[in-house]
Write a protein that binds this ligand. Sequence first.
Ligand code: FAD
Length: 369
Amino acid sequence: MFSTKESFDVVVVGGGPGGAMTAWAAAENGMDVLMIEKDREIGVPVRCAEGIGADVIHRYLDPDPRWISAKIEGVRLYAPSGESVEFTEEGMGYVLERRVFDRELANHAGKAGAEIRVSTCATGLEFAGDRPCGVKILTRGRESTVRCRVVIAADGVESRVARWAGIKTLIALRDLEVTTQYLLDNVVTDKGYCEFFVGRGVAPGGYAWIFPKTADTANVGIGVCGRYTRQKSSTAYLHDFIENRFPDSTPLAMVVGSVPVATTLDDIVGDGVMVVGDAAHQVNPISGGGIGTAMIAGEIAGRVCAEAIKDGDYSKKRLSKYRKEWDEAYGSHQKRVYRVKEAVSKLTDETLNATASKLRKKESPTLRD
Ligand code: FAD
C-alpha cells in the first residue's frame, strides 16, 4: 500500500474524477497503475458546484447517500427580466458531496489494484527520445522518478503534464469561464431544482447558479466569460448577485477557478501519453459541467491504454482509439453544443426575455426547445 516502487505500466497524474476513472479502468484491465495527487486529500479542495446528471452516475456507480447531497427533479432558467422557465424530469440528477464522491472513485481505483499516493506532485517528465517514459515526482520534499509505459495527464484545467509532453493546450480567453462560488448557509431555495440566471448584468457570457445542498445550504456561484472579467471580476458579479438575492446568508466556503468551455483539444494522445478531463477540455461548453464527461473519458482512456500496453504498442497511432471512442461518446456532440454556446452568447437581453416568454407558453418545454 505504501510502496516505494518505481516502475508501473501507467502513471496517472491527478486524483480528480478523470484521473480516478482512468486509474480504475486501467487497473481493472490488468494494468499496474500508480495515481498521484498533489494535494494532501483526494477531493479537497472542492472547486465545483457539484451538479451531475443521473445517467452518468448510474452508468458507473450505485447512488449512495454518503456522496449525494440533493436529488434534482428539474432546472429553472431565469431570463434577465426575472421571468423563469422550468424543465422537469423525474430523477434528472444530483448535487454531490464531491469531497466524498471523489474519494469513492479513488477507492474504486484502489480496490481494482491501483496504488494511490497523495501529497505527491508531478514536476516533470522523463523521456526516452521523444517519448515520455516516466514522471518526476516530489513527495513531501523528496524528489524521485517513477517509470512507466503510458503517462495520463488528468491534472485539471491548468494541466502542465500535457504541455510537458508537447501537446498544445492553449485556450482562447473567450473559451474560459472564470468562476467564483460560495457555499452559503441560511438560504431558502427550492430543494429539487437547480436554478440558472442569465443576462449581461448578471453574468456576461455565462450564468449565475444556485444548486441546493441541504435544507439551509446551497452552492451559489457565477461564471463569467474571460473576455469580460477585466472590467468587473466574477467575484464582484457574484457579490452583487448574493446581496440582491440572499442578503442574510452566511458564506461558509469560497472557491475561485476556471472552466474550459471549448471543444476537446486537437490532440489528446501522443506517443505514451493521454490527456483526460479538464486537461483535455472535455467539458460541456454551455453548462460548464465536466465531472461526468471526465468520468466517461477516463473510463475510455484507462481501457484503451490497457489494451495498447497488452499489445506492446502504445504509440500515438495505437492510443488514438481513445480519441475515436471519445468522439463517439461525447466529443462530436460537444462540438454541436459549442456552436449553440457561440450562438447563445450573442443573444441580447431582449432576445433572452422574448425566448423565455415564448417557452413559458409551451405546455411542457424541454431543454431541447
Ligand atoms: P480535476 O477535478 O480538476 O482534478 C485534477 C487533479 O489533478 C486535482 O486534484 C489537482 O490537485 C491534481 N493535480 C494538478 N496538478 C498536479 C500535479 N502536478 N501533480 C499531481 N496532481 C496534480 N462540473 C460539473 O459537472 N458540475 C458542476 O456543477 C460544476 N461546477 C463547477 C463549479 C466551479 C466553480 C468550477 C471551477 C468547476 C465546476 N465544474 C462542474 C467542473 C468540474 O469541477 C471539473 O470539470 C471536474 O472536476 C474535472 O475533473 P478532472 O479530474 O478532469 O480535473
